[in-house]
Design a protein around this ligand. Structure first.
Ligand code: MTE
Ligand code: LUZ
Ligand code: MOS
Length: 760
């Protein structure tokens, strides 16, 4: 993959972790030295997707030398409950099992291999019950995990009456496995007084702390959670890290020993939830000018066997159901359906991509029927400044049209389309396709309450600085951004700032590192803390130099400066220390402006939106059904990027992950609820050969949003949705070969589906 970012000077591009990563020195959870006496936990999980537990025999497992204890739900000191939003998820199965991979017992052994062998010796007899894997079947049986959701604006019934063109259809998108490089895991260390320290690979240290406290039946101040960094999360560790932390916590609580559990890849694939697959119906109405006048959709989300974050994911689907288009009349319903799959969970985009796929399908369907290019309909309906979203927020600093226009101009869209058309005229068994994917993604947790953060700053007497925030580094570069924020506030070099681990004792009650809002929320809390110390230094300088109240003072270039007066950073720090001035501060931030009324589904839920446009071209081998992506050319709304290298990496990674979801990653469950693509040999993720041959990313020059940290907009999730363009580019190549293709709108577009489309 090559990238050609537009270079701009004066923007710092540094990544504090990069040297460690490339030299193999990075410490993850499993790299921590183990304490003597550490026990290893392993779950014995259900092999049947739904049933009664008739009998359990642990005799052989317990007889194995090295096995210390086998824990069942009876041994849990507090509540056997780990559900985050709704309390419907036991940590260990009691009477019934609800999905393959549901933990039933925990083996504690002196080493991992013994734990593994012991688990294999446990006999669990389960009487199978009816298994549901399809969300529509669950819906028909009224098996819902939460209340249905409904968004509405205008009046779709009236609007459809007046539409010249109306189309209805179905669209389906598949699940997606997170495949974070570091599997889930946790390590609990008892302090001797009943309290515990837990090292966890989690995006949500506070969620882990809260859940462990509940499972142990102790208060939260007895549980300290510490996260150094994690080897990727992608949403999979937003809520689902709590199970493993609770397991090691229970083990440690009962044995008074350190207990560790790092999942093997196979266990992780079987036991943890994934992106929600969706089945949907839609109805779209256009007027004679191809303006979309009305849109209706019903979304059936495959939630799995417990609620987890499903209702929140479902709501974001509705927020993004019209993508970056203005639609005056909208009526959408969404259902979270209970099935016998592992509870599905957060995954980059959090339901947004699933919503946007349906809108893009509806437009593609209409365009096919009308015999025009989808780009014609897309372009005519892009959001504009002042347009109202169906949930009541007004589009401000709207870059939907700007990113589109800039992409068309910069990459010469007309020429690109002509090259595709010319190629298709010349080649019979190889066809190219082009698709444009505009994106619009709302930044903020949709649950307004969660949009807050804190930070702790210590300036040490030697001038070095230590900072702690609630942000978890998971490869997205938030550590580097936090260091930049502190260095900028103090006018010192980034080398002088040390970022500490994310720890619930230093920074409490944190929201998870999620919703792409981590740098904004924690960065602004950090600014608050640094500003407090900065003010104390300014006051000290004023006194020292007998300056007036309004004298301009600055912390810059490792100095404090006021006119001709100047002291080095180290001098002002040691002077402040001598004068007994507080060199520490705690900062707090909560996003202003945002609000949302869940009863009316109206409000202003997002601090701002992120926009962008991607042009994707591909080549399809019409004999084999194979495809390659020739290029993805993007114009992205970064605001004023504070770290271009990090942000560029997020676009490239998100794009690759989105392409994977839409084209090659296929989660297949059979009717028994067994995951048939349960290893990385048959669950294909993008590799160096399958990513686009060329990726070009252009920065749209804008002022940036005030609610973004240093006006640098959130970048974590939005680019995933550029991957939706990959699906439609292949679809268009198929249509170039077989204009009558009867291909249903079902993602992922695997090679098998391409072949069917080409010849049906
Ligand atoms: N990038 C890397 N390398 N690894 C990850 O796990 N997670 C994504 C995104 N980018 C992820 C990533 C997801 S799901 C989110 S919500 C954001 O990063 C979270 O970080 P941010 O809020 O700092 O953007
Ligand atoms: N998590 C969450 C999220 O709890 N609320 C959200 O709105 C959200 N959005 C994206 C990703 N994770
Ligand atoms: Mo990301 S899905 O918010 O962890």
């Amino acid at each position: 993959m090559t990238s050609n970012p537009t270079k701009k000077k004066n923007k710092k591009s540094f990544n504090i972790d990069a040297p460690l990563h490339v030299s193999g020195k990075t410490q993850y959870l499993d790299d921590m030295p183990e304490l003597a006496g550490t026990l290893f936990a392993k779950a014995c999980y259900a092999k049947v997707a739904h049933g009664y537990i008739k009998d359990i025999d642990t005799t052989a497992a317990l007889a194995l030398p090295g096995v210390v204890k086998i824990i069942s739900h009876f041994d849990i000191p507090g509540e056997n409950e780990i559900g985050g939003i709704i309390q419907d998820e036991p940590l260990l199965a009691e009477v019934e099992v609800h999905f393959i991979g549901m933990p039933i017992l925990i083996v504690l052994a002196k080493d991992e291999i013994t734990a593994h062998k012991a688990v294999d010796l446990i006999q669990v007899d389960i009487q199978e019950k009816e298994i549901i894997t399809d969300p529509i079947v669950a819906f028909e049986k009224n098996e819902l995990l939460s209340q249905p959701l409904h968004f509405q604006s205008g009046n779709t019934a009236d609007a459809f009456e007046k539409c010249k063109y109306v189309y209805e259809g179905k669209a389906e998108s598949g699940g997606q496995e997170h495949v974070y490089l570091e599997p889930q895991g946790a390590y609990a260390i008892p302090n001797g007084d009943g309290s515990l320290k837990i090292y966890s690979s989690t995006q949500g240290p506070t969620a882990v702390q809260r859940t462990v406290a509940k499972v142990l039946g102790v208060s939260m101040n007895q549980v300290e959670v510490d996260v150094n960094r994690i080897g990727g999360g992608f949403g999979g560790k937003e809520d689902q890290a709590s199970a493993w932390a609770s397991i090691v916590a229970v083990g440690s609580y009962l044995t008074k020993k350190p207990v560790k559990y790092i999942l093997e890849r196979g266990e992780d694939l079987q036991m943890t939830g994934k992106r929600h697959p969706y089945k949907n119906t839609y109805k779209i109405g256009l007027d004679a000018e191809y303006k979309i006048q009305a849109f209706e959709a019903d979304f059936y989300q495959n939630g799995g066997a417990a609620t987890d974050l499903s209702p929140a994911v479902l709501q974001r689907t509705l927020f993004h159901a019209t993508n970056s288009y203005f639609v005056p009349n909208v009526n959408t319903h969404a259902y979270s359906c209970r099935t016998n799959l592992p509870p599905n969970t957060a995954f980059r985009g959090f339901g947004g991509p699933q919503g946007m796929f349906v809108m893009e399908t509806a437009i593609h369907h209409a365009a096919r029927a009308l015999g025009v290019s989808p780009t014609v309909i897309q372009e005519k309906n892009l959001l504009f400044e002042g347009a109202e979203f169906c949930y009541g927020q007004i589009a401000k600093e709207c870059e939907a049209q700007n990113t589109w226009k800039e992409a068309a101009r910069k990459y010469d869209l007309a020429r690109m389309q002509k090259e595709v058309d010319d190629y298709n005229l010349k080649n019979s068994y190889s066809k190219k396709g082009l698709a444009i994917m505009p994106i619009c993604f709302g930044i903020s947790f949709t649950n307004t309450q969660m949009n807050n953060a804190r930070a702790l700053v210590h300036v040490y007497q030697d001038g070095s600085v230590g900072i702690s925030t609630g942000a978890v580094e998971m490869g997205q570069g938030v550590s580097s951004k936090m260091i930049q924020v502190a260095a900028l506030c103090f006018g010192i070099d980034t080398e002088q700032v040390k970022l500490e681990t994310t720890n619930t004792t230093r920074v409490a009650n944190t929201s998870p590192t999620a919703a792409s809002a981590t740098a904004d929320l924690n960065g602004k809390a950090l600014q608050d803390a640094c500003d407090q110390i900065q003010k104390r230094f300014y006051e000290l300088a004023r006194q020292t130099w007998s300056l007036s109240e309004d004298a301009a003072i600055q912390l810059t270039q490792n100095s404090i400066v006021a006119g001709d007066n100047k002291m080095s950073w180290n001098e002002i720090v040691s002077l402040a220390f001598q004068k007994r001035i507080n060199l520490s501060a705690k900062g707090h931030y909560s996003t202003p402006i945002i609000h949302f009324d869940t009863k009316t589904s109206k409000g202003h839920p997002f601090a701002y939106h992120v926009y962008g446009t991607a042009i994707t071209t591909c080549t399809v081998d019409c004999i084999r059904g194979n495809y390659e992506f020739d290029a993805v050319k993007i114009v992205h709304d970064f605001g004023s990027s504070m770290n271009r290298a990090v942000d560029l990496g997020q676009i490239e990674g998100g794009l690759a992950q989105g392409i994977g979801w839409m084209t090659m990653e296929e989660l297949i469950y059979n009717e028994k609820g067994q995951l048939k693509s349960g290893n990385l040999a048959n669950y294909k993720i993008p590799d160096i050969y399958s990513v686009p041959k060329e990726v070009e990313i252009h920065y749209l020059d804008t002022k940036g949003a005030d609610l973004a940290i240093l006006k640098s907009k959130a970048v974590g999730e939005p680019p995933l949705m550029y991957g939706i363009g990959a699906y439609f580019s292949i679809f268009n190549a198929i249509l170039a070969f077989n204009p009558k293709a009867k291909l249903p709108y079902e993602a992922p577009m695997t090679v098998e589906k391409v072949l069917m489309g080409l010849y049906q």
